[in-house]
Design a protein around this ligand. Structure first.
Ligand code: ADP
Length: 506
């Protein structure tokens, strides 16, 4: 596993230059659809590399922070233009290292372009100070970057999620050290190479590597002022501890266990079924806001289960580069093991697991991390498959009788990323949506595209802190700075003596 193999690579990039590392520090990236194929290799950055990357980011900071956001936005637009060329090749590379079907990989790869352009157009708002004046003086409110920001990226949608953290940080004048996930680093690395070339050296640095080592070194570095992270709750907890060491800013978008609540007033149409199938099985169920549990009014339960299972049966599982595949493998061995064992445990507890769908290439099946889609019924509301995030191509369906009960079930986990409510009566759906504990609740839809870069996104409860996307992410990437001229404070009452015997207020 430690030979430099394959043509694609995810190198360490510091101060605008790729850092050579010896062969023992390259790790093979495998194709989850053909485990004997090596797609490329990822460099494993060590603590020294992390120190140097943070130093390069700190050195680039004064000049980058000193530019106007409009000037930074120009560089971001140039980067978007460079990234837009050859998107197809990067999407194909992403499919090979991740497994997702090509259409999904294209959405991910092109996300970098859309997101950079979206944030570039917020420059004017960033540059415009808020000024207020009254008889007490003049107050100027501006926004200032944190400084060096660590951006830690997950493997499930590395380009899209990486740029959702990067672009607002750059607009706000931060310099960045990015840590790609070791499992799916290659297409992101190719995209970051183009970004790095469009920016002054050191503004974006890249330290791929193993989370526990590289990620820890980065998150504990005293000169990192903020951590932006998308990934698991366990890592989020360890980052909170790391952030405490030097009181770093922190934005965490963590796991989700999204409920879809299908109310009595919903009509079970083919369209609803198709939407739900997309919502559950896109990305082989490995998207933070996939539908992960379905609660359906008892009057629709049997009809929904039958028609949903029939539709899931049309899924063709295979290599994501083959246009005949509609779902790829899962991405990592760990995920493969967790999902297959979870389904076995569910069955042993008496749950019914209907495994459906078609294998595109039965002969090559065991060489990939393929899992046929399944539909689970007959489980209790507190079972593991309901209360934990399965992150795989399966979903439990549970009946309910009353709306209040559905809301209680939806809220009965430690997660709160997104959710959906389905009803012909949209006003009623909005009312129920408002009672569900989640950062986003969609009405009559629940899939990739339901949220986008212009809609604030983030979790409640253990699904995260802070908000990404939209202007909110620029606020997350910067801090308000107040410049205040105070002429006359007499309206605050009698003048205080210079030295007071009373309690002092800090
Ligand atoms: P997943 O369980 O989906 O792999 P993780 O939260 O483990 O999600 O990984 C998301 C990102 O966080 C990856 O880039 C990973 O390398 C990194 N990471 C993992 N552990 C740590 C850690 N202790 N500190 C910092 N980053 C970490």
């Amino acid at each position: 596993m430690s030979r430099l193999i394959g043509r694609a690579s995810a190198p360490i990039i510091i101060g605008g230059r790729e850092r050579p590392v010896d062969q023992t520090r390259w790790h093979a990236v495998l194709d989850p659809a053909h485990r004997d194929n090596v797609v490329g290799s990822v460099a494993l950055a060590n603590e020294r590399d992390v120190d140097d990357a943070v130093a390069a980011a700190a050195e680039a900071l004064p000049a980058w922070r000193g530019m106007t956001a409009a000037e930074r936005a120009e560089a971001m637009r140039d980067a978007a233009e460079a990234i837009e060329v050859d998107l197809e090749a990067r999407a194909r590379l992403l499919t090979r290292e991740h497994g997702k079907v090509l259409a999904e990989a294209k959405h991910d790869a092109s996300g970098a372009v859309r997101i950079l352009r979206y944030y570039a157009q917020l420059a004017e708002r960033f540059d415009r100070p808020e000024v207020s004046e009254d008889q007490r003086g003049r107050i100027v409110r501006t926004r200032r970057p944190y400084g060096v920001v660590a951006v830690i990226v997950p493997w499930n949608a590395p380009i899209y999620l990486g740029f959702l953290m990067l672009a607002p940080a750059l607009l706000a004048g931060n310099t960045v050290v990015v840590k790609p996930a070791e499992e799916v680093p290659l297409a992101l690395a190719d995209t970051l190479r183009l970004l790095v070339r469009s920016l002054p050296p050191g503004v974006v640095n890249v330290v791929p590597g193993m989370g526990a080592e590289t990620g820890r070194a980065l998150s504990l570095h005293p000169d990192v002022r903020k951590i932006s992270f998308t990934g698991s709750i366990a890592t989020g907890q360890s980052l909170m501890r790391a952030a405490a060491t030097t009181i770093k800013g922190l934005s965490l978008e963590l796991g989700g266990n999204d409920p879809a609540v299908i109310l009595e007033g919903a009509r079970i149409t083919d369209e609803l079924i198709a939407e739900l199938v997309r919502g559950v099985y896109a990305g082989s169920g490995q998207i933070c806001y996939n539908v992960k549990r379905i609660y359906v009014h008892r009057s629709h339960h049997d009809d929904l289960v039958t028609r949903f299972t029939d539709a899931v049966n049309d899924i063709v599982v295979g290599d994501g580069l083959d246009p005949a595949s509609t779902m790829g493998p899962v991405t990592t061995e760990a995920q493969f093991r967790y999902v297959t064992e979870l389904l076995e445990r569910t069955q042993s507890l008496g749950g019914r697991v209907r495994t459906v769908g078609r294998k595109l290439d039965p002969a090559g099946w065991d060489n990939g991390l393929f899992i046929l889609p399944s539909v689970v019924t007959g489980v209790a509301s507190d079972e593991e498959i309901v209360v934990k995030e399965q992150f795989g191509p399966t979903v439990p369906i549970l009946p309910f009788d009353e709306e209040d009960e559905a809301v209680a079930l939806a809220n009965a986990t430690e997660y709160g990323l997104a959710a959906s409510v389905w009803d012909e009566d949209v006003t009623n759906a909005f009312g129920v949506a408002d009672r569900i504990d989640a950062g986003s609740v969609f009405v009559n839809i629940h899939r990739i595209g339901a949220s986008d870069v212009s809609m604030e996104f983030g979790g409640v409860k253990q699904s995260g802190v802070g908000r990404g996307h939209a202007w909110a992410a620029v606020e997350e990437s910067s801090q308000t700075k107040v410049l205040a001229q105070r002429c006359d404070l007499s309206s605050y009452g009698p003048r205080l003596p210079l030295v007071d015997d009373g309690p002092l207020h800090g």
